[in-house]
Ligand binder design. Structure first.
Ligand code: FMN
Length: 211
């Protein structure tokens, strides 16, 4: 794919620069069967990066075979089935590196590898081809989900504050701290979700609540 074409396609699919989104990666096992596993993926320029644990099948497969795919879905069942494929009987169906039921498949090729941490590698992937299976495919972003979750909790703060229910307010703030923590780990500094977190902090301060 040409870089300009790729940039537009990735943006339309919901990728933003340097933020982690959740996808299902398919690699090929030694015996030729497919191995699906949920992974976080980060777009950096015209490449994608995954950080598999070096103990995972995904990592082992990527060291042997550089061709893989990134499948976009927001279906929790697909994440469940592929995360626990050895524990659950209802497996995922895959054909030619495409995960059945996913919204889009990006066929990628491993072009580099580095150490991310003592237990995770950083694998750099070049997108070769995008196959759209559904009219409006979009990546699942924990950062965006957490921003909306934090807004829901925030709407309840003034309600319980006006009732003088300190315990409930504290429990909502705990939930919001968790959301903000996830956002700070997966999203870019100037991402919409980070801006939402900042606005919510300002609102809480206005209500006299410290988080
Ligand atoms: C949404 C989601 C994101 C995940 N992200 C990663 C990741 O970035 N790196 C990783 O090694 N495991 C990640 N995991 C866990 C793996 O999917 C899980 O350990 C899986 O069983 C690994 O399978 P494999 O050994 O076949 O590669 C994630 C799981 C979920 C549900």
């Amino acid at each position: 794919m040409k870089p300009s074409e790729l940039e537009g396609t990735l943006q339309r699919l919901g990728f933003t620069e340097n933020s982690i989104v959740e996808i299902i990666m398919i690699t090929t096992n030694l015996d030729g069967s497919y191995n699906p596993a949920p992974m976080g993926v980060i777009k950096t320029g015209d490449h994608l990066e995954v950080r598999p644990f070096t103990t995972s099948n995904t990592y082992r497969n990527l060291t042997r075979n550089s061709l893989a795919s990134i499948n976009l879905t927001t279906d929790p069942f697909l994440f469940l089935k592929t995360a626990f494929k050895h524990e659950l009987s209802d497996g995922a169906s895959i054909s030619e590196l495409s995960l059945r039921g996913s919204d889009a498949t990006i066929v990628v090729e491993k072009v580099g590898e580095d150490v991310f941490s003592s237990s995770q590698a950083s694998v750099i992937l070049r997108p070769n081809r995008v196959v759209i299976h559904n009219d409006s495919p979009t990546v699942y972003s924990r950062g965006r989900a957490m921003a909306i979750e934090a807004i829901i909790h925030a709407t309840r703060v003034p309600v319980y504050q006006s009732r003088g229910d300190e315990a409930k307010v504290e429990s909502l703030l705990r939930n919001m701290r968790y959301c903000f923590d996830v956002i700070s780990r997966v999203s870019e500094v100037d991402s919409p979700e980070m801006q939402v977190a900042d606005s919510l902090r300002t609102l809480l301060a206005k209500w006299g609540v410290s988080i």
